[in-house]
Ligand binder design. Structure first.
Ligand code: UFG
Length: 339
C-alpha cells in the first residue's frame, strides 16, 4: 500500500514508518516539525534501508491537505500527528482542540472526498479517564479527565460518525497505553523538546546527569506504593501493531477501537527501579504534589488486539528501559556517556 503517515517524524510515527517499510509498504510522510525534526527522516531510512517521501505540512491548513490528497494517490492513512501532553492540555485547551481535532477534521474530509477509505488513528488510553474497573477493555466507558483526552474522544467520534454514514469507510482507532523504549538500532527514539513532560524521557535525563532529581507526581494514591500505575508498552511493539491494523482496515468496514497495552501495570517507583537496573545509574527522586489530570491506575485488557489483530506486546519492562537508555546514551555528550 501507499500509506500517508501524518506525524511521521514523531516518536511513534517514525517507529511505525520503519515497520511499514520493512513489510513493503510505501510511506508518504507529513509533519509540521513543531515537535520533531526533519533529520528523523534519515534515521527512518537508515533503519529501514528504504526511502520515504516527506512533506512539511500543517494539517490545519485545509487547502494544503486537499492538495496533498489531490496528488497523493494514497491507499490508506495512519494519523499520528497531534499534541500529547496531559499537563499542557490543562493549560492550553484551545491549542489541543485546534491541533488534534481541527487537523483531524481536515484530514477526514480530504480522505472521504478522495475516497481514501482506510484510516488508522492514534488514540490513547487517556480516553478512559479514571476507570471504575480494571483492566480496561474497549467496552469500558470513555470518560476523559483532561482536554487532551477529550480531543482524542472527539476525533474517535468524528471517525465513528463518518463510518456510520459512509459504509465504505473503515477506521481503526488504536488506544495506546504508555509507549516507551526506542528502536533496537539506536537510530530512533523519543526526542523531547525542552523539559520532558513524560516519565521515561525525564527519568533518562536524570540517569544521564542532565537533571538532578525526578519529581514523582503524587505518593498518596490508593496503590501499593502510593504512586500512579500505567501500562508501559514498547514503542516497537506499538509500531508493529500498525502493520496489523492496516491489514484489518483493508478487510473490515466501519469504525472500531482497540487497546494496545501489555495487560500489566507498573508504578512510577517500579519504573525508577527498572531504569536503575537498565542504566546502572542512580536516579534520585522526590515525591511532590499530584499532577492535575492524572488518572491513578490504568492498565489494558489487550484481548481484542491479541485476537482480532493477531498482535501481542512482546518486550518486558527491562528491555523497554534498556532500549530507551541506549538511544538516550547515543545522543549524550561524550563526557556524560563516560561518567
Ligand atoms: N510522572 C511523574 N513525573 C514526571 C512525569 C510523569 O511522576 O516527571 C508520572 C505521571 O504522574 C504518571 C506517570 O508518570 O503517573 C506517567 O506519566 P506520563 O506523562 O509519562 O504519561 P501519562 O500517563 O500522562 O500518559 C500520557 C498520555 C498518553 C501517552 C503518554 C505518553 O495520556 O496518551 O502520555 O506520551 F501515551
Amino acid at each position: 500500500m501507499r500509506v500517508l503517515v501524518t506525524g511521521v517524524t514523531g516518536y511513534i510515527g517514525s517507529h511505525a514508518a520503519v515497520e511499514l517499510l520493512d513489510v513493503g509498504h510505501d510511506v508518504v510522510g507529513v509533519d509540521d516539525f513543531s515537535a520533531s525534526s526533519p533529520s528523523v527522516r534519515a534515521a527512518i531510512e537508515r533503519a529501514a534501508g528504504r526511502p520515504i517521501e516527506l512533506h512539511e505540512l500543517d494539517l490545519r491548513n485545509r487547502a494544503a491537505v486537499n492538495c496533498l490528497f489531490d496528488k497523493g494517490n494514497f491507499d490508506a492513512v495512519i494519523h499520528f500527528a497531534g499534541r500529547k501532553f496531559v499537563g499542557e492540555s490543562m493549560d492550553r485547551p484551545v491549542r489541543y482542540y485546534s491541533r488534534n481535532v481541527g487537523a483531524s477534521i481536515n484530514l477526514a474530509a480530504a480522505a472521504q472526498r478522495h475516497r481514501v477509505e482506510k484510516i488508522v488513528f492514534s488514540s490513547s488510553c487517556t480516553v478512559y479517564g479514571n476507570p471504575a474497573q480494571l483492566p480496561v477493555n474497549e467496552a469500558t466507558p470513555v470518560a476523559p479527565v483532561s482536554p487532551y483526552g477529550r480531543t482524542k474522544v472527539a476525533v474517535e467520534d468524528l471517525f465513528s460518525d463518518l463510518c456510520a454514514t459512509d459504509p465504505n469507510m473503515s477506521v481503526l482507532s488504536l488506544r495506546y497505553f504508555n509507549p516507551i523504549g526506542a528502536h533496537p538500532s539506536g537510530l530512533l527514539g523519543e526526542v523531547p523538546q525542552g523539559t520532558p513532560n513524560n516519565l521515561l524521557p525525564y527519568v533518562m535525563q536524570v540517569a544521564a546527569g542532565q537533571r538532578s532529581t525526578l519529581s514523582v507526581f503524587g505518593g498518596d494514591y490508593d496503590t501499593a506504593d502510593g504512586t500512579c500505575i500505567r501500562d508501559y508498552v514498547h514503542v516497537v511493539d506499538i509500531a508493529k501493531a500498525h502493520v496489523r491494523a492496516l491489514d484489518y482496515v483493508d478487510h473490515v468496514r466501519g469504525f472500531d477501537a482497540m487497546n494496545l497495552g501489555t495487560g500489566r501495570g507498573s508504578s512510577v517507583l517500579e519504573i525508577i527501579t527498572a531504569c536503575r537496573i537498565a542504566t546502572r545509574r542512580d536516579i534520585p527522586y522526590q515525591i511532590v504534589d499530584r499532577r492535575a489530570g492524572d488518572a491513578a491506575v490504568i492498565f489494558a485488557d489487550p484481548t481484542r488486539a491479541n485476537i482480532d489483530l493477531g498482535w501481542r506486546a512482546e518486550a518486558n519492562l527491562t528491555q523497554m528501559c534498556f532500549d530507551h537508555w541506549r538511544f538516550e546514551r547515543a545522543h549524550l555528550a561524550p563526557e556524560a556517556q563516560a561518567s
